[in-house]
Write a protein that binds this ligand. Structure first.
Ligand code: IPD
Length: 336
């Protein structure tokens, strides 16, 4: 059966794919970058363009629905979750990755290498100085320029960039749609109907032993000493606990999709926003995982999750550092 929110779900899928096309094209173009809450909190005209497109199309089709969206919130719009159908949107998750695409005309990221060197001078056109690395240089590829076109242009960047669209009714998340724009992977989750990536069913790993876990986290844009200290001490604790590895990929939404697909075992973050989390929450739950704060309360539908959050690994006593939000996958048998 199609279910009551079928039309909304289909609209979300279509808009995520359309947004993905816009973002892919914009990746190959020059960008105007501005900052928001900190020098590391970036936004581009494409974030605004995509958000405006998604909201205007949805508003036209579903005039009574409400919206919570990253860039609107950054411009002062209130994030209020009522019982009305509400769309929760992150137009580009991984804006920092999006911005850091290499705009030069040479090589792919696979073609470059660091080399030691003290002179930052451009000794030949194949090198660029890296002043932040004490004069080290980046060597350009030996590839002929003719190979530096087409797909190569798209591979010269951090590829983790996504559109995220969540949908809640009566403060309960109904579905989530996340589109990995550059790898063209469409993640979907619908309450009670499973989670999928390009039609393939998703399942969390079920690993609950931290010493066997691959853990994902994100740093977030805050750089004040207290936040950094907390981030680094949690990292240290994870490593002391002998986690197999800790990864930061630059998109919380896509990190959470890795969790849903079982590629990683746990995720935590301080400072997640609801638009980072809404769509992914349905996908993780439908893949058999859980999303909770560190007091082990379920984040959603409680309005609590609309506040800025922090994440930790709940079962690891050593990692309890005043966190508020948490995403941990568990075996399917867990309450969910
Ligand atoms: C951010 C990214 C980043 C995470 C931040 C998010 P944005 O979203 O997911 O990896 O650390 O907390 O807000 O700004 O790229 O939409």
């Amino acid at each position: 059966a199609a279910g009551p929110w079928e039309e909304c779900f289909q609209a979300a899928v279509q808009l995520a794919l359309r947004a993905g096309q816009i973002i892919r094209k914009a990746l190959t173009e020059e960008k105007r970058v501005s900052t928001k809450t900190s020098a590391a909190d970036l936004v581009t005209e494409t974030d605004h363009l995509v958000e405006d497109l998604i909201i205007s199309e949805l508003r036209e089709r579903f005039p009574s629905h409400r919206f919570i969206a990253e860039e609107a919130a950054a411009s002062g719009a209130k994030c209020v979750l009522t019982h009305n159908p509400t769309w929760i949107i992150d137009p580009i998750d991984g804006t920092c990755n999006f911005v850091h695409r290499w705009l030069g005309t040479w090589g792919t990221e696979h073609d470059v290498a660091f080399t030691e060197g003290s002179s930052p001078a451009l000794e030949n056109p194949g090198e660029i100085p890296l002043p932040w690395a004490g004069g080290s240089r980046l060597l350009r590829s030996q590839c002929p320029p003719s190979q530096h076109t087409g797909l190569h242009a798209l591979s010269r960047r951090f590829p983790t960039v996504a559109v995220s669209i969540g949908f809640a009714v009566r403060q309960e998340l109904e579905f989530g749609v996340i589109y990995h724009c550059t790898e063209e992977r469409l993640y979907t989750g619908r309450r009670g109907r499973g989670a999928f990536c390009n039609g393939q069913r998703l399942r969390v790993s079920g690993e609950t032993d931290l010493s066997k876990a691959l853990v994902l986290t994100e740093i977030g844009p805050k750089r004040d000493p207290a936040t950094l200290k907390l981030f680094l001490s949690n990292m240290e604790r994870l490593l002391h606990a002998k986690a197999h590895g800790v990864r930061v990929i630059g998109s919380s939404t896509l990190a959470l999709c890795h969790l849903a697909s079982g590629a990683a075992d746990a995720y935590y973050q301080f400072g997640l926003h609801c638009w980072d989390l809404a769509a992914a929450t349905v996908i993780i739950r439908e893949a058999g995982g859980i999303v909770i704060d560190t007091s082990a309360r379920r984040l959603i539908p409680k309005p609590l999750w609309l506040s800025s959050t922090a994440v930790d690994l709940c079962s690891q006593e050593a990692l309890r550092v005043k966190p508020k939000v948490q995403c941990v996958p568990t075996a399917a048998s867990d309450e969910h």
